[in-house]
Design a protein around this ligand. Structure first.
Ligand code: HEM
Length: 420
């Protein structure tokens, strides 16, 4: 186990640096779980001096840190040595659409975090609670478009467009701007990609500016002509006296795209691949479609889209006996925690009838994913409609190895060719 930096100047040489625990490393990309299992057993609190972080991989520790409401999230509060937290975790915000003045709630602490998150969460949860028929319509339209193809890339043709079209519907993006909105949504996602090409950076910046301008126009429009959508909800909440600036609204409504689209795409893609490679589980789902919610939870546990989240020590503390000093950075391995045998029986078995699943795919505590209810509905509808429409769906080339993306801290497929 790693120790206080001042007592153990170098990390144990046998331990991988944190960047080796991302899909940039082909070994991790192919099989993250054996590397994480070894860490959980041998070094559940690993110090990476170069990156300036502790990497925490046991469920008990991850859960305790997530739910500790006294810890910080704002990377600017981390010590100078916390290079990864200050640089890479800040990247999506550094690439903030249109150079917003404030970060989104993703990286804020109280009081600003609660001030913005509470009204936004309330409005988003209400919208999510009635969005299912629209998600069904969007999923069916995507299936209509691929039906004639026979073989298609499930990522490009299904998993990618659904979350974009759903968030567009929730925000109230008009049909005639939908094509542009799709392009901007894909552009701002490049903010998550530290290895983006100059062309991708250009797309990201152009998309961010356009998205910001579009959102500013929507705010003005909904003030004058309220509609049945989330943008109208937020301007009404603001007009009723909530302490929210226009900049808060633009930044955080656009952040829903950055935080929510690729993650939900990956959940759908990972789930489809798992079912097509675990025919017994797919048979269970066909026999009892009411298992769909459990099927999505088991995918979130077994193959979560997001690798890690982070917190910063706001006091002198200990994690599993390791001293952690104020301002030191903690990376929490959600993927490692979700396969911890102390919490999950036979953790490496994909089993949709598993009874207990306190997975941490959505993080926890004050920052727990605000889009979780929406992502669950989207994935349940997307999978349910897909398998009902194409009961004989199969991998186009069962012998081909999965093509995982290299984006650090996310696990999703580059493409997934399937035949109906
Ligand atoms: C399967 C899909 C998704 C996964 C796996 C996921 C995962 C996560 C995780 C791990 C966090 C950090 C939580 C923490 O630090 O404790 C988070 C935060 C967040 N997510 Fe999601 N997310 C998903 C979908 C969405 C969607 C659909 C939206 C929006 C529509 C969204 C919006 C956000 C926002 C705004 C935050 C920041 C919340 C805060 O810091 O208070 N996410 N998500």
């Amino acid at each position: 186990m790693a120790d206080d930096a001042s007592q153990t100047p170098a990390a144990a040489p046998a331990q991988p640096p944190v960047l080796a625990l991302t899909p940039l490393n082909p070994q991790f990309r192919e099989d993250p779980y054996s590397m994480l299992a070894a860490l959980r057993e041998q070094c559940p609190v690993m110090r990476d001096e170069g990156a300036g972080v502790f990497f925490v991989s046991k469920h008990e520790d991850v859960r305790a840190i997530l739910t500790d409401l006294t810890l910080w999230r704002d990377p600017n509060r981390a010590e100078e040595a916390a290079v990864l937290t200050r640089r890479i975790l800040e990247e999506p915000e550094g690439a903030r659409p249109g150079g917003s003045r404030n970060p989104s709630i993703l990286l804020q602490d109280d009081p600003d975090h609660a001030r913005v998150r509470n009204p936004l969460a309330q409005a988003l949860y209400k919208r999510a609670a009635k969005i299912k028929p629209e998600v069904e319509r969007i999923a069916d339209a995507a299936l209509d478009a691929v039906a004639a193809k026979g073989t298609f890339d499930l990522m490009a043709d299904y998993a990618l467009p659904i979350p974009i079209d759903v968030i567009a519907a929730i925000l109230g993006v008009s049909k005639d701007r939908l094509a542009e909105f799709r392009d901007w949504s894909e552009g701002v996602i490049q903010g998550l990609n530290p290895l983006r090409t100059p062309e991708q950076t250009e797309h990201m910046l152009r998309a961010g500016d356009a998205l910001r301008e579009h959102m500013e126009q929507m705010l003005a429009d909904r003030r004058a002509n309220p509609q049945d959508d989330l943008v109208s909800d937020m301007v009404q909440i603001q007009a009723a006296g909530a302490d929210l600036t226009d900049d808060d609204l633009v930044t955080n409504l656009n952040a829903l795209l950055v935080a929510g689209n690729l993650t939900t795409t990956d959940l759908i893609g990972n789930a489809v691949r798992l079912f097509l490679t675990h025919p017994q589980e797919l048979a269970k789902l066909h026999a009892d479609p009411s298992l769909i919610a459990a099927a999505v939870e088991e995918t979130l546990r077994y193959e979560p889209p997001v690798d890690i989240t982070g917190r910063i020590a706001s006091r002198e503390m200990e994690v599993r006996g390791c001293p952690v000093h104020t301002t030191q950075s903690l990376l929490l391995s959600l993927r490692g925690a979700n396969r911890d045998p102390e919490v999950f029986e036979e953790p490496d078995r994909f089993d949709i009838t598993r009874r207990k699943s306190p997975h941490v795919a959505f993080g926890g505590g004050a920052h727990i994913c605000i889009g979780a209810p929406l992502a669950r509905i989207e994935a349940q509808v997307a999978l349910g409609r897909l398998f009902a429409r194409f009961p004989n769906l199969r991998l186009a080339d069962p012998a081909a190895p999965p093509v995982w993306r290299t984006l650090p801290f996310f696990r999703g497929l580059e493409r997934l060719d399937v035949s109906v």
